[in-house]
Each structure stands twice: as C-alpha cells, then as structure tokens.
Design a protein around this ligand. Sequence first.
Ligand code: SF4
Length: 151
Amino acid sequence: MTDKGEKREWWADGIRFECQGSGQCCVSHGEFGFVWMTLEDRRRMAATLGMTTSAFTRAHCLLTDGLYRLKDGAGEACVFLKDKRCTVYEGRPAQCRTWPFWPEVMSAKTWAAEVAGFCPGVGKGRLHTGEEIAATLEEQRRSEETLVRGG
Ligand code: SF4
C-alpha cells in the first residue's frame, strides 16, 4: 500500500523493455490474436499507405462482434509483417504502439506467463518508469473504450 492507501503495483519501480525485432507480438497468441482497429487507427494506417480510410477498411479490415480488426495474414502473422518487420510501422495502431503494457496482461502472473514467455524484449533495454507504464496503460485503455464505443 502507498501513503494514500492505494495498492502499489508490482511494476511501480519500472520494467526494462526494448523491442528486439522478433516479430513475436505480431503473430497470434491465443486470446491476443487480433489487431483491433479504432477509427483513428484506420485513419492513421490508411494515410501511411496512401489510401482513403474507407478503401483501407474494405481492403484490410473485418468486423468481429461489431468491432473492426485487421484481416489475418498467413500463418497467423499480421498481414503487414514482412521478414519480421512491420511494413506500416509509422502508422501502426494503438494496440501495437502500447505493447507490451496492456491492462489485461499487467498482473504479475499473466505478465510472466503470457508476455515474458514469448517476448524477448522483456528485461532488455531501457527502464520504462512506473509513470510511463501507467500512461501507456491509460492510452491502451482509452483506445479499447473507443473501439467498444464504435469509434
Ligand atoms: S501492424 Fe505492424 S506492429 Fe502491428 S501487428 Fe501488424 S506488423 Fe505488428
């Protein structure tokens, strides 16, 4: 507990993370299999590809349970992953920009089992402070809310 009586998160002192370019987070891992796309995500990625948002959505997205997501690529990899590199990196969606600091994986148990198990960037590189992680979690939370609201 903190002075204010709030629960102190296990990651409050920060976590080292640096992408190692493995492409592992761009391949389906069970429940984390889909790349969800808010309207802002679709606009950004469409602009990166030089397409209109509606043309991009028709060409590259599907509706699942009323929510937009990217169509699957071959072998459960993202369709935009080529030679382990994201070919739309500048326009990648919030879900990809905020990885691995997602609300649904930030329990110590899920982190160890679901993230550290396959992501070689965990424990490497610079320390992301607790404040930075909290901000990234909030960004991802807002993106998920926007998606569910139909935005
Ligand atoms: S959009 Fe890019 S970063 Fe996101 S899953 Fe696809 S290849 Fe990976």
